[in-house]
Design a protein around this ligand. Structure first.
Ligand code: PEP
Ligand code: MN
Length: 336
């Protein structure tokens, strides 16, 4: 259930509602909105007596939330959530691009790529220090040394950095260095990790599990929000299908479906969807035409020598071409 407060409701009005809900054994979570606050009532088994809360001072209306995901649902919050990181805003109609190599390999590698992607218009730099690899014999990432390199990139280029936290054990160190923490496809249903992300002060990029339905993805997001972190960006990165012509299948229609169901921004990672360099620019263009709130693209200056995902990494010059194309499409589609 959602309790929408009046515009002029005071902190004391909000507190009275929260206290009353908690006295009855519910969890009450204030949700900041554009010009008014709402309170989500969670953990209620069965229906809550809406009349009870309608009587409270400062309450505008009481709305039953029928979805099993509550905090992520558009029923709970009608306006798009906008997540601001550095100069980028995800969810405000613009389309910021996160770019960088799959893995942090060295300071020289990261700085070279970061300068190139910044010049081309990327607003955030990405690079994995902890890598979830299918094979235990593949490069696993530089760990903390990689995080230090990311900090150096931020210092030198002023680009905020995005990097993955693979487990609870390393979450604290990752959030210490990162501006945005990524949860990867393989961890979308790692509930203890989701809860830990929910207690973080950093915005989270939650990738869709490669076999997850929209509902499962949104429930995973709910785990994060339920712990109190509302700075959440959903990322579609392709799902596992029967095809062999690409690494995954980019599910473009999930962007519209997710944005209909949820107020959270939805970005697309065409690199992991494609797995093949040739497909990345066309898929990025397609992503910008379906209203994605941003893109995440892998770029490497020497992809043949990359320690991971070289085959899907764009050369910097291709990334520049990609940025020109998506800007044109985005302007066309958004009527700018
Ligand atoms: C990545 O972003 O490099 C990555 C490992 O992504 P995913 O979790 O989507 O495979
Ligand atoms: Mn990768």
């Amino acid at each position: 259930m959602l309790i929408v407060m009046k515009k002029d409701a005071t902190e004391a009005h909000v507190k009275a509602v929260v206290d009353a809900a908690e006295k009855r054994g519910y969890v009450a979570r204030p949700i900041p909105g554009g010009d008014r606050i709402s309170i989500g009532i969670l953990h209620n088994k069965g229906s809550v007596d809406s009349g009870l809360f309608a009587e409270f001072e400062g309450v505008k209306e009481v709305i039953p939330v029928t979805k099993s995901y509550k905090l992520v649902s558009r029923e709970t919050k009608k306006d798009n959530t906008v997540i601001k990181v550095g100069n980028a805003a995800f969810g405000d109609g613009s389309m910021p691009v996160i770019a960088g190599p799959c893995a942090v390999e060295s300071e020289e590698q990261c700085l070279t790529i970061a300068k190139a992607v910044k010049k081309a218009g990327a607003m955030l730099f990405r690079g994995g220090a902890f890598k979830p690899r299918t094979s235990p014999y593949s490069f696993q990432g530089l760990g903390e040394q990689g995080l230090k390199i990311l900090a150096k990139v931020r210092e030198e280029t002023d680009l905020p950095v995005v990097t993955e936290a693979m487990d609870c054990e390393n979450f604290s160190i990752v959030e210490e260095y990162a501006d945005v923490v990524q949860i990867g496809t393989r961890n979308m249903q790692n509930y203890s990790l989701l809860k830990r992300a929910g207690r973080s002060k950093r915005p989270i990029v939650l990738k869709r599990g490669m076999s997850a339905t929209l509902q499962e993805w949104l429930m995973a997001a709910e785990y994060i929000m339920e712990e109190g972190n509302h700075n959440l960006i959903l990322c579609e990165r392709g799902i596992r299908t029967f095809v062999k012509h690409s690494r995954n299948t980019l599910d473009l229609s999930v962007v519209m479906a997710a944005k209909k169901e949820s107020h959270l921004p939805v970005i697309i990672d065409p690199s992991h969807a494609a797995g093949i360099r040739d497909q990345v620019i066309p898929l990025a263009c397609a992503s910008s035409s379906v209203g994605a709130d941003g893109l995440m693209i892998e770029v490497h200056h020497k992809p043949k020598e990359a320690l991971s995902d070289g085959a899907q990494s764009l050369y910097p010059v291709q990334f520049e071409e990609c940025m020109h194309k998506i800007e044109k499409i985005h302007n066309l589609v958004s009527g700018q």
